[in-house]
Design a protein. Sequence first.
Length: 318
Amino acid sequence: MSSPALTQSPSSLPTPDAGYSPALSAYTRVLAALTFILLGAGALTVVKGAGLSIPDWPLAFHRLVPPYIGNIRFEYTHRVIAGVVSLMTVGLVIWLWVADRRRWMRWLGIAALLEVILQAILGGLTVLDFQPPWLTAGHASLAQLFFLTTVAIAIFTGRHWRTPAEPREDSSPGVFRLAVITTAVIFLQIIFGGAYRHNALPLWPHLVGAAAVTVMVIWTASVALRRHKDLTALRRPVRWLVGLVGLQLALGLNIYLIRRATLSLPQAPEPRVVGAVIHLLGGAALFAASLFVALRARQHLRAPREAVARVASRAVEA
């Protein structure tokens, strides 16, 4: 006897609403992927000490294309990728305002564009002001926030989000709320990490942040898997979240030991360079995974009826 999953016709499967655009969805995914690459290029520029290899901005040695030698290669490649991301963001905003009827989605695109503009200004100032630590750390943190915005846009324009789902009841504390708090804690940890990397903070806030992130991820994952382990749409991203936090802890310890052993060297050795870049990208992936879990919980779970009743009661009393 055939199982229902095998005999179900494609026409009976859930389909996205009329506003779903495969082309727009693909475009946003490319933008998010390119932003992820940009994060890696920025990390490579920092670890290589190439941030001031081009002393002017927005031009490079007073021209569009500088000599592609030495550390100039890393900084100029970083700028080129940033330019492509900026242009794609402008295109995204136009596309959203023309094709997406959701007003909040259009304004999310505007927010992404404002982040790009501010990021470009901060990037220019870090060069012109010779990389003051807090300004450089702010530039790095805003880059991660922009990446998260592109991931959110990719999710909201994706097929899964645009396909109606029947949410199941959750308990308290809700998985959505826990995942949102986890995402906020991860961003705070990213700020601490960027400040430590750019010598604006000592190591201990970064270590405290790592412990807080680990606790929140374990708490969120244990609640989600205990209550909804049969919900594939939530179970898979939760497992990715747990795996990424474990990977980040291992990478963080590894890069710290390598950094201590090679701090006296005039130039960072390759293991330190590679480790630092992967660690930063791992943090970005963890940031995105936490948001992904939060949005999957938002789509597939609903607050318990008792909590909804309390909110409604307060609204009536007000």
